[in-house]
Design a protein around this ligand. Sequence first.
Ligand code: C2E
Ligand code: CA
Ligand code: CA
Ligand code: CA
Length: 274
Amino acid sequence: GKSEGRNVYRFFEPGMDAMVRERQVLETDLEAALPRREFELDFQPIMNIASGDIVGAEALMRWRSPARGLVAPDDFIPAAEETGLIVQLGDWALRKACTAAAGWPHAMRIAVNVSAVQLKSGTFTRSVISALAFSGVPADRLELEITETVLMDESDTVLKTLSQLRDLGIRIALDDFGTGYSSLGYLRRFPVDKIKIDRSFIRDMDNRDTAAIVRTVIGLGAQLGITVTAEGVETEAQLDMLREAGCVEAQGYLIGVPSKAADINRLLRSAAAL
Ligand code: C2E
Ligand code: CA
Ligand code: CA
Ligand code: CA
């Protein structure tokens, strides 16, 4: 409407006040949660489609808040990024994830999500080296998942950090591929090892056009020598289509839901016994 441009008045709307206060309480609670050890990691298996082997797992953070219950990352990561807490929290996640992976079969990779704020901190490479040394996990078993927004800001620190990490042998995955403004542009700007096709594309693969896009991205990955992982695979029909299209890896509820480290270990043991 006409008043749309007068954004300044929005700050004085009654509902807004409550929202700002709620956000402040969230940020305060988050700061206290780390020393109280309220954060947890779940691990979701990633399967090689051709072999059926579990070749890795992605660490996914949860906040078990006494006051709020189990909080999903989408509901607290943005606030942790705003306060800068994500730097400490991300360091914790890296260490925890690598420590869990140290007990897995050596062919299995551990994938950890990384926020732009961490990459801009200037201390990230040191944190990664420290987590690897602490856990004894070799660099080539660690995969860092970044979204396109990380590459969007084109900061020198971010690109330099990513190059340093890659030189160490760490793999970089482009997460939520296809949801950004210039997915292809980012592939040119920075060499990545893996593309993760966003689950919104996999969900709509029964649509002919969407299926064509998915097949094209899979072909693109093959041409560029980049591993392609399909996210959010929930049905056998989706897995069949992905297999036919030559997709390398699949992740989703069909393969396995995010689980505690102990459950992943159990799953691996029973798979090894087959
Ligand atoms: P993401 O990196 O795209 O992670 C995949 C999300 O999809 C996870 O949600 C996972 O539980 C969910 N998922 C997996 N398979 C399926 C499926 O078959 N169907 C459906 N509907 N969903 C599926 P989650 O755990 O709620 O995480 C949400 C987002 O929070 C992640 O998206 C990631 O961007 C962020 N995140 C999680 N852990 C961390 C972390 O340690 N650090 C940072 N910076 N971000 C994190
Ligand atoms: Ca991810
Ligand atoms: Ca994703
Ligand atoms: Ca996502």
